[in-house]
Design a protein around this ligand. Structure first.
Ligand SMILES: C[S@@+](CC[C@H](N)C(=O)[O-])C[C@H]1O[C@@H](n2cnc3c(N)ncnc32)[C@H](O)[C@@H]1O
Length: 266
């Protein structure tokens, strides 16, 4: 009977970036589960961990990914960050600056959507590897179609159960997604787990402002849109509790950028 495990020598038949990503998996992938028919590695099949709220369903619809980068995201992020907040270009610059990617780095883009940030990271990690993971097949179809760099691998998987070994990546980004992910604190713990000592993290998500705490505003906003509002200190505290250092928070409108570094092992 054939060995059910995809051994490293069999990775050679796959796109090199997908083969490299597979080498980082904590559990070797059974051959029958290595579905790369659509240009990304599909770990979910019929499973859909994205949730049932309206905003969450939009992300896995066929239509939204087609207008996401040009129309939906610029408009949605403006609403979140306010009209004086950073525009799309500035946001990309901030992501690169927070992650300070070296050419040979391994970078993970969690909830990468159509790969709009993964492609930037591919230039910065020109001799390294970029892995974009997202649960939406239609987002990943766009990502695969629009990505020309051969150092990028896309994976359809759950941000709250990353398939990688501890300390696999030098930089991990999660932009505009934690507020949509069903289990954001699990996803955040996964981000920290897969970060290598000395590695950097960059997050963009929602942030509670004004007199009402997130415990009051978040359930109502979430019921309508699927978007969760985080308390101002909630995520910063979680990163510090997880042992990250140099944790920095920039709040703009109802959004926050967070960055931090995992300490080098003593
Ligand atoms: C608004 S998009 C963000 C895309 C990109 N990071 C950006 O900044 O434009 C949010 C993404 O989160 C993904 N997502 C939601 N829940 C997820 C989960 N549990 N695992 C992986 N991806 C998830 C959605 O499929 C969607 O592509």
């Amino acid at each position: 009977m054939a060995d059910p495990v995809l051994a490293p020598e069999e990775h050679r038949d796959l796109a090199p970036a997908i083969a490299q990503a597979l080498d980082l998996f904590s559990t070797p992938l059974p051959i029958e589960a290595a579905n790369v028919r659509r240009g990304y590695l599909d770990l979910l099949g019929e499973e859909d961990p994205t949730g049932t709220h309206f905003g969450q369903r939009l992300m896995v619809s066929r239509a939204l990914p087609l207008i996401y980068q040009r129309f939906w995201r610029p408009f949605g992020v403006r609403l979140l960050m306010g009209f004086t907040g950073p525009g799309t270009e500035e946001e990309h610059r901030m992501a690169l600056s927070m992650l300070s990617i070296d050419p040979a780095d391994r970078v993970l883009d969690v909830a990468c959507g159509p790969g709009n940030f993964s492609r930037d990271f591919a230039h910065a990690a020109s001799e390294g590897l970029v892995v974009g993971i997202d649960a939406s097949a239609s987002m990943l179809d766009v990502a695969v179609r629009e990505t020309k760099s051969d150092n990028v691998a896309y994976i359809r998987g759950d941000a709250s159960a990353l398939p990688f070994r501890d300390s696999s990546f030098d930089a991990v980004c999660c932009f505009a997604a934690l507020y949509l992910i069903e289990e954001p604190m699990r996803a955040l713990a996964e981000v920290v787990r897969v970060l290598a000592p000395g590695g950097r993290v960059a997050l963009l998500t929602s942030c509670s402002r004004g007199p009402l705490p997130a415990s009051v505003t978040s359930p109502a906003v979430r019921r309508l849109s699927g978007v969760r509002i985080f308390d101002r200190d909630e995520l910063k505290r979680a990163l510090l509790d997880d042992g990250l250092v140099e944790v920095d928070q920039q709040v703009t409108g109802l959004a926050q950028f967070l960055s931090g570094r995992k300490p080098e092992v003593a």
